[in-house]
Design a protein around this ligand. Structure first.
Ligand code: PGA
Length: 255
């Protein structure tokens, strides 16, 4: 946690869910009660084709929705892509940029991620910019170098605490059940905070920095209590309402 920063727990459905996911989403709406809303924000990132439907199910609740990617351009001949403006027009308010699976599956570079993040801002969306080291980079002691390069290349100069959230996701921890030592999470988040403050001053001090990678109800309390961890980006455990709410519950008793 960071004093005076309201955390956010975000669910990345990846390529999961369907038009039949309504009851699961309604359980989230019901479970995200006033007390929890006072402690944290919640967002869900379904596949683009489902986002408008999910937004209709969450309408009137405190749950934000967004997509897992956007194109840098506003419109045009880009078959299969989704513009940030379309996300906004479908009641989305956020978008993930630079998730490691996009960086690997679609060869997205830091420059691509920066362009997508600026597109998100152009449409009035919050960009959740994802960074994280590979297992080999962690083993060879390059983690902070990698994070520094990704932050420099992926987070554009116009970032503010209102339009940007940074998600630290060690790639080797995603979907594996492996979680870094608390001290390693603390070190990475402290480094990210320092880098953001150097670059963005007060705005960098207020920006939310999420941890992602095998967050579950059983480890959320410990992870979310670490300095400069301002919430979670959750994959697998966001697909069941009980698990996702179980992660949010870690905040109920936190000061
Ligand atoms: P995981 O995924 O929670 O299944 O590890 C996290 C993510 O990729 O955002």
């Amino acid at each position: 946690m960071t004093p005076d920063i309201k955390p956010i727990v975000a669910g990345n459905w990846k390529m999961n869910g369907s038009c039949g996911s309504e009851s699961m989403v309604r359980e989230l709406v019901a479970g995200f009660d006033q007390q929890l809303q006072g402690k944290l924000d919640m967002a869900i990132f379904p596949p683009a084709i489902l986002m408008a439907l999910v937004a209709s199910w969450t309408k009137g609740s405190a749950i934000a929705v967004g997509t897992q990617d956007c194109h840098a351009n506003e419109s045009g001949a880009h078959t299969g892509d989704t513009a940030a403006e379309m996300i906004a027009s479908a009641d989305g308010t956020m978008v993930l940029t630079g998730h490691s699976e996009r960086r690997v599956d679609h060869n997205e570079s830091d420059a691509d991620v920066a362009a997508k993040s600026e597109a998100a801002w152009r449409a009035g969306l919050v960009s959740v910019i994802c960074i994280g080291e590979l297992e080999a980079q962690r083993r060879s002691g390059e983690t902070l170098d990698v994070l520094g390069k990704q932050l420099a290349g992926s987070v554009p100069g116009g970032a503010t605490s209102a339009n940007t959230i940074v998600a630290y996701e060690p790639v080797w921890a995603i979907g594996t059940g492996l979680v870094p030592e608390a001290s390693d999470v603390e070190e990475a988040h402290a480094f990210i905070r320092k880098t953001l403050v150097e670059r963005f001053g007060d705005e960098g001090a207020k920006m939310r920095i999420l941890y992602g990678g095998s967050v579950k109800p059983g480890n959320a309390g410990e992870l979310m209590a670490i300095n400069n961890v301002d919430g979670a980006l959750v994959g697998g455990a966001s697909l069941k309402s009980a698990d996702f709410l179980g992660i949010c519950e870690a905040y109920r008793t936190m000061a």
